[in-house]
Structure formats: structure tokens, C-alpha cells
Design a protein around this ligand. Structure first.
Ligand SMILES: C[S@@+](CC[C@H](N)C(=O)[O-])C[C@H]1O[C@@H](n2cnc3c(N)ncnc32)[C@H](O)[C@@H]1O
Length: 292
């Protein structure tokens, strides 16, 4: 059972923004009276209808991953991420994730240490980055809409939580259940391209930042223009589209190029030969614009 007390100051009702408190069945919002019961032992900040909708999406995501050959990870594989090469994944997949993660570590090294910093990992999947950020001393809330046992927060609970210390929360990255002005770092790791309303999503993320806090977008595919994705709610964001949404959300962004290896450039060459639209995974680090 998760000790919720120390986390409550970081959470807020996704519907009204009010303070949440631990109640017998899970969490309750004092101002609006909504109740958020635990779900499969996980803190769930989603109304029941949303939970059902996300369960359907998670089922589709699971089936597609299994069709692609991705296999549920062992605890050892999960603990090693982003290092290693878990069974069933294409060679390039974790290579790219590793490069992006190292670029994030380099960017974060320019700031104060993560020890004690409040961090939110939005669209956290299995929670591998939450785990790494908490190892560096962050107080990490992992928000994810899927409770899947292998590809969602169920895996976080199974693999990491017996020994690691972050808070997994079932929630919507578009309306994250985060208290305003509390976070030093908010990361959308391979997840922002699932947001329907980009600017509103970023505005809500930005509202949870402390002054001087960072909002990071990583491993989201960025193309010259917006492009359709896999048909499971994701897409490729357009560069100007994302730049405009960040600015509209009151964020000042730096776009950092991530160094990729030969395997990536071979892939890019094949994309160009096929006449497809290339995309990249830059690291975008944004701060709240103090003038707004
Ligand atoms: C490509 S995966 C990335 C997962 C993880 N961040 C990682 O890097 O491995 C995208 C994740 O976003 C989650 N997701 C999609 N839409 C979401 C939403 N509206 N709210 C929360 N999570 C969402 C999916 O369930 C999935 O786990």
C-alpha cells in the first residue's frame, strides 16, 4: 500500500483543481466532492467513464505492441532501461531512447541537483523514466492513462515499486491531476503527440510548474508539418505547430538537437529514398515566460 500522505501536496483534482485528500476508498476532492477510488491498487485520478475509455485505448495499444513483437519485460530488463535491449524491440528503439535520455541528463546537469525536486512524468508508460528520475533524488509523480500489466502503470507497480519510490497515478496527461505551481520539472516522454489539444495540454502542464521550472518534451516525433500517426490517438507534430503551442502556453523553448548514431541515419536515408516525410526527436526544454 502506497503511503499517500507525503504526496498529497503535489496532487489536485483534475476536474476542479481543488486539493485532494486521502479517503477510505482512495482520494477525495474537498471542494467539489468528487471521489477517486483506487483502481487495481493504483491511485486513479480519473472519472469512471474516462477510466473505461482509457482501458479500451490501452487494450488497443497492448494488442498493437504484441503484434509488433514487443514482449512483456522481465524485472531485470525494466530495471536496466534505457540501457539494454529488451526482447522483441527493434534495435533502434532503445538506442534512440537512450540517446534522448542522456541528452536530458546533460541538460539537467546545467541546473541544480534533482535531489528533492518535484517532478512529473506525464504519459509515463511503465514508469522507467520515473524510476531513473527518482534514483537521482526527484520526488516523481508518474501520470499514465493505462493500467496495463506489461505496457502501462501495472508494470510500474510490479517491477519498480517494491523497491523504488515514485508515485504512479492513473490520470490524463491532458488534464494532469497536479497541484499548481509545485513542480520543478515536467516531462512528456514519448507522449505529447497523444494530446488532442496541444496548447491547452501545455498550458495545464505549465501551470503546475514553479517559477523557473522546466517543461521538457522528448521522443515526440516532430516533422516539418503535422502528420498522421499509428491510428491509436498519436500523430507526428509539426515543428511550427509545437513552437506555436509552446509560445501560446506562455513557455520559452530551446530546441536541442540530440546526437544520433549510424543506425538512425541509415533509417533517415531509407525514409528519404522512399519519399516519405522525415521526422526527428529533438529535446525541447521550455521555461515559463516570466513576462506573462
Ligand atoms: C509511446 S508511450 C511512452 C511511454 C513512456 N513515457 C516511455 O517513454 O516509455 C506513450 C504513452 O502515453 C500514454 N498516453 C496516451 N494518451 C494519454 C493520456 N491522454 N493521458 C495519459 N497517458 C496517455 C500511453 O498509454 C502510453 O503509455
Amino acid at each position: 500500500m502506497i503511503a499517500l500522505g507525503e504526496w498529497m501536496e503535489l496532487l489536485a483534482c483534475p476536474a476542479c483543481g481543488g486539493a485532494l485528500q486521502a479517503v477510505e476508498e482512495g482520494l477525495g476532492c474537498a471542494p467539489c466532492g468528487r471521489r477517486y477510488p483506487l483502481s487495481d491498487g493504483l491511485v486513479a485520478c480519473l472519472p469512471p467513464a474516462e477510466l473505461r475509455r482509457f482501458d479500451e485505448l490501452a487494450q488497443g495499444y497492448r494488442e498493437a505492441r504484441l503484434r509488433d513483437g514487443w514482449q512483456p519485460m522481465t524485472a531485470e530488463e525494466a530495471w536496466a532501461l534505457p540501457e539494454g535491449r529488451p526482447a522483441g524491440y527493434p534495435a533502434l528503439y532503445w538506442e534512440v531512447r537512450r540517446q534522448s535520455c542522456r541528452a536530458l541528463w546533460r541538460a539537467l546537469a546545467q541546473r541544480a541537483a534533482l535531489v528533492g525536486a518535484c517532478v512529473a512524468d506525464l504519459g509515463a508508460g511503465t514508469g522507467w523514466l520515473s524510476h531513473r528520475l527518482s534514483q537521482l533524488g526527484g520526488r516523481v509523480v508518474a501520470v499514465e492513462s493505462s493500467r496495463d500489466q506489461d505496457f502501462g502503470l501495472g508494470a510500474a507497480a510490479r517491477h519498480y515499486l517494491p523497491r523504488a519510490a515514485f508515485l504512479p497515478v492513473l490520470g490524463d496527461l491532458e488534464r494532469p491531476p497536479l497541484a499548481e505551481g509545485r513542480f520543478d520539472l515536467i516531462v512528456y516522454n514519448a507522449s505529447l503527440h497523444y494530446a488532442g489539444d496541444l496548447e491547452a495540454t501545455l498550458r495545464r502542464g505549465a501551470a503546475a510548474l514553479k517559477a523557473g521550472g522546466w517543461l521538457v518534451v522528448m521522443d515526440t516525433p516532430i516533422a516539418r508539418e503535422p502528420l498522421p500517426g499509428t491510428g491509436r490517438g498519436d500523430r507526428h507534430l509539426g515543428r511550427r505547430e509545437l513552437a506555436a503551442a509552446l509560445a501560446g502556453a506562455g513557455l520559452r523553448a530551446s530546441w536541442l538537437r540530440v546526437t544520433r548514431g549510424p543506425r538512425w541515419w541509415l533509417r533517415q536515408a531509407k525514409v528519404l529514398i522512399k519519399g516519405s516525410e522525415p521526422f526527428s526527436f529533438p529535446l525541447v526544454v521550455a521555461e515559463r515566460d516570466g513576462s506573462r
